[in-house]
Write a protein that binds this ligand. Structure first.
Ligand code: ISL
Length: 579
């Protein structure tokens, strides 16, 4: 009988969460939610697992590997866009929001993926890309066909007889110009990203209704949430006032009616489902963070900021790192500031890598053979012990590092190719750019997942769409699975630790030894339980200075085989104490 009930539960797609809100033993009055307690695992579908040998990862490949994902202990998968797309920007240019990209499979494959995930107690979060569509979307084809077309106002147009439109910056345009002249109707259309990604006009209620309908379509299928691509950019002042050239993005992220739209979306769609939402909080400042996620405002659930990942670049638009590196004191300040934003209400996220960022171990740790695993484990410790939902990027559990291409010909990403062309046009320093891209380019984190030591790391039997990192023979799941001390098993342990200790989820965060340039240390405290986390972010030994006595405390976790309780931390040492 019990077996029968369990089976029924499984088929109904209900997950049995290790920590149920009611089970959390705490006097804290924090508002508990499944998406606060879960760990998100991000899959870049193009690079995860190819099931049909065309060199491109696909949905059936993900289904094949769900048991692996489950074995990590994570709860939620965020999938980058899987919708029909001509792939100018790898799926972030959608031509049909209710269809599946043909390289990735069919709707039947998708339905099966969702079913197989729910069967395993995994939740699925999709990418919602509604600041712009593809220029091949039917709406845009109609819109650009004539000024009188009923879809004209689905996009932003500036008629040429009014003169040149006020300057707007575009991320992926060789001229950095977000206005594209379209001869057919003698008008410019707006595109904050590439000219094949025209911005949708949210001021038009018909467009908004279409978006809400599409969101319901996915929720009715049982999808568990959306990660909302550049959502702060959706609202645009129709008068198109002049913006200061050096501060465009903060204007992009604070458009009029932005929060009216998010509240309307909540009313129309979100409140009717048990789902989670997370805003890609591009250009959102700490003082505006709560506007998106304060539950009383009824908008979204979580937001991820960019202040952390922007640290350490020189102030130019070509993503060149400061040769001096980054200052850990500033890093700590940023994460502490953002923790404080959500300390009383709302909820944050924590991430160090994603498909727009280089590999976390190269960027924030040290990918030399000596320190790659150690520093990666240290970063994993940081992600799993902060007060925020961790967003963990596929491959980081293996300590996969940047591929560091030597030639622009190896790159597939529109961003890198576009920046290269810009520099070429302006006689910029291409050699310096290629060197800089080895650290900062997005393709570094988009290389195929490394499953085993067989050709192409077991990712595909065909020719991979992007080159596989040469280190795959030693850095792969097959090898790390068997090794108790591997980054993979360390990640599993830390996920388990977080999920079995509510203090790591809901506990108060207090940074200690703030001015230490090498060590990031903090306590997490809930009721009578206090953990102290000490992380050495450098390749040299470094001392933690604090009055808190911890050296005789229990070491709950360490990234070194030989645990130590010394205040002098070894290179990239990460220790969790229970005080
Ligand atoms: O990737 C970036 C920095 O290198 C960002 O500027 C990025 O363009 C920005 O974070 C917006 O990202 C999102 O929207 C883009 C898409 O290319 C990204 O992959 C997506 O995450 C346009 O849809």
């Amino acid at each position: 009988m019990i077996k029968k009930i369990l089976l029924l539960l499984l088929f109904a797609g209900l997950s049995i969460q290790p920590i149920c809100a009611e089970e959390v033993n705490t006097t804290s009055n924090v508002n508990k939610k499944w998406w606060k307690e879960g760990v998100v695992y991000q899959i870049y579908p193009r690079s995860f697992k190819d099931s049909d040998g065309n060199g491109i990862g696909d949905i059936r490949g993900i289904i094949e590997k769900l048991d692996y994902v489950k074995s990590l202990g994570v709860d939620i998968i965020w999938l980058n866009p899987i919708f029909e797309s001509p792939n100018d920007d790898n799926g972030y240019d959608i031509s049909n929001y209710e269809g599946i990209m043909k390289e990735f499979g069919t709707m039947a494959d998708f339905d099966q993926l969702l079913m197989e995930m729910h069967k395993r107690g995994l939740k699925l979060v999709l990418d919602l890309v509604v600041n712009h569509s593809s220029s091949e979307h039917e709406w845009f084809k109609q819109s650009r066909s004539s000024r009188e077309n009923p879809y004209r106002n689905y996009y932003h147009w500036w008629n040429a007889e009014k003169g040149t439109p006020p300057a707007r910056y575009s991320f992926f345009d060789v001229e950095s110009n977000a206005w594209e002249f379209d001869k057919k109707t003698n008008a410019y259309y707006l595109h904050y990203f590439s000219d094949k990604q025209p911005d949708l006009n949210w001021e038009n209620p018909k467009l908004r209704a279409e978006i809400y309908k599409m969101m319901r379509f996915w929720f009715e299928k049982g999808v568990d949430g959306f990660r909302m691509d550049v959502i702060p950019f959706i609202a645009k002042d129709q008068a198109f006032p002049e913006f200061p050239a050096d501060d465009m993005l903060s204007h992009y992220a604070t458009g009029p009616k932005l929060h009216d739209y998010l509240q309307e979306m909540h009313r129309e769609v979100l409140q009717h489902y048990n789902i989670m939402t997370v805003a890609e909080g591009i250009a959102v400042k700490p003082q505006d963070g709560l506007k998106f996620v304060d539950p009383a405002r009824k908008e979204l659930d979580m937001l991820y900021h960019f202040d952390g990942v922007h640290l350490g670049y020189l102030p130019n638009k070509f993503k060149v790192m400061d040769p001096k590196g980054y200052d850990l004191r500033e890093f700590k300040k940023i994460y502490s500031t953002w923790d404080a934003v959500f300390a009383q209400k709302g909820w944050g996220t924590i991430y160090l890598g994603n498909h727009d960022q280089p590999r976390m171990v190269t960027r924030w740790g040290n990918d030399s053979p000596e320190f790659r695993e150690l520093s990666s484990k240290m970063l994993t410790t940081f992600l799993m012990t902060m007060r925020a939902t961790p967003y963990y990027y596929y491959g980081d559990e293996l300590a996969m590092n940047n591929i560091k291409f030597n030639s622009i010909a190896d790159y597939r990403d529109i961003e890198s190719i576009n920046m290269y062309q810009q520099l070429q046009k302006n006689n910029g320093n291409l050699k310096e750019f290629i060197e800089a891209q080895k650290i900062s380019a997005r393709d570094n984190s988009r290389t195929p997942f490394q499953w085993d030591s067989s050709p192409n790391a077991g990712f595909t039997t065909g020719k991979p769409w992007l080159r596989v990192n040469q280190n795959y023979k030693s850095v792969n799941v097959e090898i790390q699975d068997k090794n108790q001390n591997s980054p993979l098993n360390y990640f599993r342990d830390l996920v388990h630790l977080r999920k079995s200790n509510p203090v790591l989820i809901y506990g108060d965060y207090t940074v200690i030894d703030e001015s230490n340039p090498s060590v990031y240390a903090y306590t997490r405290k809930l009721d009578k339980k206090t953990f102290l986390i000490a992380l050495n972010f450098t390749k040299d030994p470094a001392k933690l200075n604090t009055n808190i006595s911890f050296v005789n405390s229990k070491v709950v976790s360490s990234n070194y085989k030989e645990k130590s309780s010394s205040a002098l931390l070894r290179p990239y040492e990460a220790t969790i104490y229970e005080l």
